[in-house]
Design a protein around this ligand. Structure first.
Ligand SMILES: [Cu+2]
Length: 473
């Protein structure tokens, strides 16, 4: 129960009016910790082995390839290739006792996460107030907004040494721990109201509402800028590909599972690439070199909109599991046992494993039901290519013949050839043609031909397929 209450408090409290004076105070106190931290991280780097024994690595964990941060070995990390940042928590060098995560009482009330664009005034006011309280807490307090924002920097830029001597760093994105509310294509108005806590200065002002978010955004100069209507249509079709046709397997949707000794795992799933990454970039300020704050790991969580964005990514995972009948999951124990540390509302340090945060029912919350309009927005099939010259395609072989005695034949099938009744159509198919002078049926590269005799009038259209035996040329 206690943990769940904390989750609620955090989710309500992540948005606060950022006054310039508050942020200056925050920055200056972080600066002091930075000097202190530099010294301690130098010393503690030498004591890494010792530190490992003070962070709850039990025998089983040591045998597994699960990953977790060594909380007493924190150091500078790169926020951008040209920027060294320091986001270690004050006093990290001292080992802090921790407790294992416990699920809330299953009989307690289920919390409902609502879409950000559908919140009513009283909800927004409550959220605003809670976030203000978090912002007013001193930097020393791990529950303060500034310290919560640093978690993203610590866990995503590799600030902590990793237990199990892994080259991989535990990345909170793979845990989908975001808190907040789902979609609505433009940024909700209250996020850009300067009188409210949701406002943040380091954003791209040209992307403020009523501009519809560009889920496939790119900073490339040639990236098209389109009307809101066109953008909405692009977004819906884009989401269909990212959620349905492009993500039919767990690994395609989720990306690779982190584990120790495998080196850096940098194979994101469809949703992590976009809309997750693209929206980070779309929201961040174009005046900053890394489109900070949202555009970079080290700074992203300083923007209150980060939490709503990440909660939506969490939600999309649930939606994806639902449309795939809940069958697709990663079962690798090394991934499931990878862990993080977070403070709860009572300032207790809690060790939380990936397996602890996968079932939202056990965590005591759910998402308000919304439509998924992108489900019915499958992009139309391509118009096809007009055969007015040589077309070259790469075809992967479905099988390899083990021996000449085998009876099965391998065939090349050219699907969907469309011809008009009155047209004369003929084309040849060649396999492994490396020399165009051999484009002649007398060579072995010739695989077969398609020929259509005119007749039946233009109104009569035919859709046929050509099947050719594959011979090893
Ligand atoms: Cu993110």
């Amino acid at each position: 129960m206690a943990e769940r209450k904390w989750i609620l408090i955090v989710s309500l409290a992540f948005i606060v009016l950022v006054s310039s004076s508050t942020s200056r105070i925050m920055k200056s106190s972080q600066l002091q910790y930075s000097y202190m931290g530099e010294l301690t991280s130098m010393i503690l780097g030498k004591l890494r082995f010792w530190a490992t024994f003070n962070n709850g690595v039990d025998d089983n964990a040591a045998k597994s390839r699960a990953i977790g941060p060594n909380m007493t070995a924190c150091h500078h990390s790169y926020g951008r290739p040209d920027l060294l940042v320091y986001c270690c928590p004050p006093g990290f060098e001292k080992s802090v006792p921790f407790v294992d995560f416990e699920f809330p009482d299953p009989r307690s009330l289920v919390r409902l996460r609502r879409p950000a664009h559908l919140l009513n005034e009283s909800y927004i006011a409550k959220y605003n107030k809670a976030l203000s309280i978090m912002k007013s807490l001193p930097y020393d307090d791990p529950r303060s907004f500034a310290r919560q924002a640093e978690l993203h920097c610590q866990f995503c830029t590799g600030a902590y040494e990793q237990l199990n001597h892994s080259d991989s760093s535990v990345n909170i994105h793979r845990c989908r721990l975001g808190l907040g509310y789902p979609e609505g294509m433009p940024i909700p108005d209250y996020y850009v109201n300067k009188k409210l806590a949701f406002f943040h200065t380091e954003r791209d002002f040209s992307h403020f509402p009523p501009r519809v978010a560009d889920l496939a955004y790119s900073t490339d100069q040639n990236h098209p800028h389109v009307s809101n209507d066109e953008q909405t249509d692009v977004n819906l079709k884009f989401m269909h590909t990212q959620m349905v046709s492009g993500a039919r397997k767990t690994e395609l949707f989720m990306g690779c599972a982190y584990k120790a000794h495998d080196g850096y795992c940098n194979s994101p799933g469809t949703i992590e690439s976009a809309p997750h990454n693209t929206l980070h970039t779309w929201i961040g300020s174009s005046f900053n070199p890394g489109r900070e704050d949202m555009g970079k790991f080290y700074s992203a969580a300083k923007d209150p909109i980060f939490y709503a964005h990440h909660s939506n990514i969490d939600r999309l995972w649930e939606v994806w599991r639902e449309i795939n009948d809940q069958r697709l999951d990663i079962t690798d124990p090394d991934w499931l046992d990878s862990f993080f540390f977070f403070y709860d509302e009572n300032l207790k340090l809690v060790k939380s494993k990936v397996r602890d945060v996968l079932d939202i029912t056990k965590l005591g919350y759910s998402y308000e039901e919304v439509d998924h309009p992108w489900l019915s927005h499958r992009p139309p099939p391509p118009d096809g290519r007009v055969l007015d010259g040589i077309i070259t395609v790469k075809v992967s072989r479905s099988m390899k013949r083990e021996s000449k005695e085998e009876e099965e034949e391998e065939a090349i099938v050219v699907y969907g050839i469309k011809v008009k009744g009155n047209d004369y159509v003929k084309f040849d198919v060649y396999v492994n043609l490396s020399d165009e002078t051999k484009m002649n049926p007398k060579f072995r590269e010739f695989a077969g031909t398609f020929a259509h005799i005119p007749g039946g009038g233009d109104a009569m259209k035919k859709k046929v397929k050509l099947k050719l035996e594959f011979r090893n040329c």
